[in-house]
Design a protein around this ligand. Structure first.
Ligand SMILES: [Zn+2]
Length: 528
């Protein structure tokens, strides 16, 4: 009896060892395709992005998923694109009538995130975190006269405000409303040293990449701002000279999330900006695995991942292709791997799954914003969004970091599912990085859909933390995020297993997920 079992067991173990899903090889094959130099970093609207979208549509079809775009798997999205002509642009601080020119790229950069006016000339006011949180009666603009002026602030927020609240009110859509109400004509931001993923020199190179906005009047977020500038924190003293404050003092307070002072800087900023504008089109892709329950199959669990990355940019170490292997070929590969596994397993899920790859994430979550506002299924039929963006399988998956863990029923479900794999679940350990609003799940949250996002997690003070931080410093948004980096394929395969089990659990649960009673994000829900 025992002997007779030995052979099939050996056979099964042998099969497992070669099984492309359990080894992560299939996941990796998708990453290799999408992050190949031939796709030139998949910039929104580029030829490389087009190739990537054709590949994803082909894979969706191969896995037997139903087209759910506006045209086949595709949902076209229109953008306005802006590129700075820096040699014809300038910034100068005016102190007591004397102009101090700033070096663009060194002292500061002019951001194309807002469509700038050709020239702006206005006084500067330091506004602390530049943050307004009505439910906490917190308002950095209170008592300041900002009409016709430029607000200067440090990103982040004081520790008295919770991570999700602080993140929400730092989103451009929310902050923009309060800046507009205060009558501000422009904003200058300096990064909080506690949240600087990328060294200044590399972050500054990104200023040459085109910025985009959605080309639809109902989805614009301009708020009357005519100038956006990013200040190099290492040169912030140029702005503070004569104010009685120093950059060291203010950035140290910001790093510890302490309250910040507010004061007139007593100087003006004069900006001249030349912009090259054009129109661009680039699609989202949507596909459905139909559910089996006659009633629940009209509800959708969305699995989302952005397909775009930064494209071609200024060379770093001679390489100008920003391949985006982890950001976010990895997330799209996870969706495709899960689609294959579900087809192979023949699993029947009660609800339908909506596989969604979006464009324009790197431009400000634009593709997902468009889809969430104009979904190809009825808006109230989307019951959850599970978003995968740069989950970083750099070491074994023992801990899963979950963004939004304490906000909805999905938290309970992910804990239960991860538990069956022996994987610990933890919430966001670094709320000041604003991760919960920094990827496409936020577009769904804004439409009332409960959502989660995930990373391969680690504990503070461990070698895994060092590895993850080093990755951000060296490879995040750099050409070296390519297929020649060390990746833990087993961790990726395990991640896909957990995410698939979670999608199945949410799809099969009798009740659709709800926001928790105390969750801030519940305000966006349509039903309760
Ligand atoms: Zn990115």
């Amino acid at each position: 009896m025992r002997l007779r079992w030995l052979i099939p067991l050996a056979l099964v173990l042998g099969l497992l060892a070669n099984d492309p899903s359990s080894t992560g090889k299939r996941w990796w094959s998708h990453v290799v395709y999408l992050a190949d130099d031939k796709l030139e970093g998949r910039n929104t609207g580029s030829e490389g992005y087009h190739k990537a979208s054709v590949y994803v549509a082909g894979e969706f079809e191969r896995e037997g998923l139903k087209p759910a775009g506006a045209s086949g798997y595709f949902q076209p999205v229109k953008f306005q694109s802006r590129e700075i002509v820096e040699e014809e642009s300038s910034l100068a601080l005016i102190r007591n009538g004397a102009a101090q020119p700033l070096a663009l790229g060194e002292d500061a950069t002019i951001s194309m995130r807002v469509d700038p006016a050709a020239s702006v000339d206005a006084p500067l006011v330091f506004t602390g975190y530049g943050l307004t949180v009505p439910e906490m009666n917190y308002d950095d603009f209170a008592g300041l006269d900002l009409r016709g002026k430029i607000a200067v602030y440090v990103s982040g927020g004081p520790s008295s405000i919770s991570g999700p609240l602080s993140s929400h009110y730092q989103s451009s859509g929310e902050r923009g409303k309060f800046l507009e109400r205060a009558g501000v004509v422009g904003a200058c931001t300096t990064m909080n040293p506690a949240a600087m993923d990328i060294p200044w020199a590399r972050a500054a190179l990104a200023r040459f990449q085109p910025a985009m906005s959605l080309d639809y009047p109902d989805l614009s977020e301009s708020f009357g701002q005519r100038l956006a500038v990013v200040i190099n924190p290492a040169h912030a003293d140029k702005w503070l000279a004569g104010s009685g404050h120093t950059a060291d003092e203010i950035l140290a307070l910001a790093k510890d999330r302490q309250p910040l002072p507010k004061f007139d800087l007593g100087i003006k900023l004069v900006a001249k900006v030349r912009v090259r504008r054009k129109q661009v089109e680039s699609p989202n892709l949507a596909a459905i695995l139909p559910g089996s329950d006659p009633k629940l199959r009209d509800e959708y669990v969305v699995l989302s991942a952005h397909l775009d990355h930064l494209g071609l940019g200024r060379p770093i170490n001679g390489d100008s292709i920003y391949n985006g292997a982890m950001d976010n070929a990895s997330g799209v590969a996870t969706l495709l791997d899960i689609a294959s596994r579900l087809r192979e397993s023949g699993a029947k899920l009660r609800r339908s799954l909506l596989f969604l790859t979006v464009t324009g994430e790197e431009k400000g979550l634009l593709g997902s914003k468009y889809f969430a506002a104009h979904p190809t299924v009825k808006p109230d039929q989307m019951v959850a969004d599970l978003n995968v963006d740069m989950f970083l399988p750099l070491f074994p998956l023992r801990i899963l970091t979950v963004y939004g863990l304490d906000e909805s029923d999905l938290g309970r479900q992910v804990r239960a599912v991860a538990g069956t794999f022996g994987i610990e679940v933890q919430s966001d350990q670094e709320p000041q990085r604003n991760a919960f609003i920094r990827s496409d799940q936020y577009s769904f949250i804004r439409q009332g859909v409960p959502a989660l996002a995930f990373k391969v997690g680690y504990k503070k003070g461990t070698p895994e933390e060092t590895t993850a931080k080093k990755w951000l410093t060296e490879r995040y948004h750099a050409p070296s995020d390519d297929i020649h980096q060390p990746v833990d394929l087993k961790a990726a395969a395990d991640f896909d297993s957990v995410l698939m089990a979670l999608a199945e659990a949410v799809a099969n649960e009798p009740e659709r997920p709800k926001w928790n009673g105390g969750s801030f994000f519940r305000r966006f829900a349509h039903t309760d």
